[in-house]
Ligand binder design. Sequence first.
Ligand SMILES: C[S@@+](CC[C@H](N)C(=O)[O-])C[C@H]1O[C@@H](n2cnc3c(N)ncnc32)[C@H](O)[C@@H]1O
Length: 203
Amino acid sequence: MPGARRRRSTTVADHTRSRRTRSAAPHTVGPERYWGWHRLRADWAARLVTDAGYGPDDLVLDLGAGDGALTAPLAATGARVLAVELHPERVRRLRRRFAEQPRVTVLELDLLDLRLPSRPFSVLANPPWSLAKPLIAALTAPGTRLGRADLVLQRGLVGDLGRKGTAGTGSRRRYRAEYLTSVPRWAFSPAPPAPAAVLRLHR
Ligand SMILES: C[S@@+](CC[C@H](N)C(=O)[O-])C[C@H]1O[C@@H](n2cnc3c(N)ncnc32)[C@H](O)[C@@H]1O
């Protein structure tokens, strides 16, 4: 199971070593932890899943799954879904909600510690925006099996990456970065401080 056992292979954390070796500040589960919580409304989540077009042959990661806004419509496509969430109560709710769905696996894990699957996979996620850059670096690193990722992120960052047109570490930038669509603030509950957009990364 991806992420369940840590081999010394690529984890998202490998790309953020400097962050991780600082005291555990932004990722610690504890009273000082700030938990971003801008849930996608069901209609927008359904729209993003429809646009992505996944089906039973796909393995799709929902990183920062919350209470399953994207996990649920993804599961409805028949895809195999890996929902990663760190907040313990949200993990409990996810496990209850998807208990009867064997094609959904919920991992209680810092997404920066996730060992990426060794088989081809995709990502559809509305992750914590503070982790956008290390997450993109990890997903596009040499050797990952990522096929495509649609990430709901702060619009300014998506615009910058879309203009640049590529993403990836090292001299060979293997992924195209595309500004897929704008997402208005009212697509979330509560509304985030800045407007959002979907960044599509694909080989
Ligand atoms: C912007 S919310 C999105 C929730 C859900 N995907 C949705 O669209 O409604 C981000 C989620 O990431 C979770 N989260 C924050 N830091 C995380 C981390 N380091 N690893 C995994 N999940 C994290 C939060 O608890 C929250 O549920």
